[in-house]
Ligand binder design. Structure first.
Ligand code: 13P
Length: 330
């Protein structure tokens, strides 16, 4: 008898995970999405038309807005809701989650005000159940179309990370394991800030040299911040670090990169957010990282400039000048 895996969140990543997990015929897969109308349309059309148009959701995926039905009998849960909604969602699910079923987080952010990582929010609200963070270059648009991807499953409990590796692995989805859950979650969140900056480069027409420089220095900054929070430096040169950073900074699908590009072309954050189909986590993460780096005295020049552009009305051109004319580095 196989596992039942329940994916909580019907966004692009949740839908892609459900499609991927359903490739294993031994696995029963449920996909919960909050909006009943959305669930009914998806169940009928077998597509997430808004976020993954043209991609078929196999008939074996049970799509529902009834969270109790989705969770019933699940051996393992996958949390795929934006960081800002996670606390509230977990509070709703908590009474239904009596057994200590492990949870996989595919969420890439840091909560505002508490500065908690998704796995910490999960542990805080559900008690000390096993949590695994799945990170790495993993655009839903590609995974759902069976394009090859490689990711890392991180947990302080290696046997649980290996179980998640088994559950997610397919011939097109390669999963590594790692004990450094702090590093994997930090990298996943921080790369979104650099992707906004990379998008600004695109919007301003700055070219490849500027973007490569930004990615390189962005990785230095991510590593500095992550290690100050307890992460292993080596995680940042792996799939969750440089891997996800590259894909998010160059991808035409990247939501965070898109926010930056549109800022670079002169739109305001309000205009951009008004017509985005899904959440760009980096906007919120920038606020958390700006405040936390100030508290902990970690030098984060790129994140600082992204913050100024997003929330303080600084122009992308002025932010570029501030970065380029900082006191020289060795
Ligand atoms: P975006 O949210 O910027 O699209 O990034 C997705 C991602 O994390 C790919 O690995």
């Amino acid at each position: 008898m196989g596992n039942k895996v329940t994916v909580l969140g019907g966004g692009a990543m949740g839908t892609a995970c459900a499609i991927l997990l359903s490739e294993n015929p031994e696995q029963e897969v449920a996909l919960w999405t909050r909006n009943p109308e959305h669930a009914a349309i998806m169940a009928q059309s077998r597509q997430n038309e808004r976020l993954l148009p043209g991609v078929k959701i196999p008939a074996s995926v049970a799509i529902t807005a009834d969270v109790a039905a989705a969770i019933e009998g699940a051996d393992i849960l996958v949390a795929a809701v934006p960081t800002a909604f996670l606390r509230e969602a977990l509070t709703d699910w908590a009474p239904l989650l009596t057994a200590d079923r492990p949870m996989v987080s595919v969420i890439k952010g840091i909560e505002n005000e508490t500065f908690l990582r998704p796995s910490e929010i999960i542990s805080e609200i559900l008690g000390h159940r096993g949590v695994v963070a799945l990170g790495g270059p993993s655009h839903a648009e590609e995974i759902s179309r069976r394009l090859p991807a490689s990711v890392v499953a991180a947990s302080g409990d290696l046997s649980l990370a290996k179980r998640v590796q088994d559950i997610f692995t397919t011939d097109r989805f390669r999963v590594y394991t790692n004990l450094d859950i702090i590093g994997v979650e930090m990298a996943a969140a921080l790369k979104n800030i650099v992707a906004i900056a990379a998008g600004i480069c695109d919007g301003l027409g700055f070219g490849d040299n500027a973007k490569a420089g930004l990615i390189t220095r962005g990785l230095v900054e991510m590593t500095r911040f992550g290690t100050a929070m307890g992460a292993e430096a080596s995680t940042f040169s792996g799939l969750a670090g440089i891997g996800d950073l590259v894909t998010t900074c160059v991808s035409p699908y990247g939501r965070n990169r898109e926010v930056g590009e549109r800022l670079g072309k002169g739109e305001t954050l309000e205009q951009i957010q008004a017509d985005m189909k899904s959440v760009a986590e980096g906007v919120w993460t920038t606020r958390s990282v700006y405040e936390l780096s100030d508290q902990r005295d970690v030098d984060m020049p790129i994140a600082n400039e992204v913050y100024q552009v997003l929330f303080e009305g600084k122009s992308p051109t002025d932010a570029t000048e501030s970065l380029m004319l900082r006191p020289p580095k060795r």
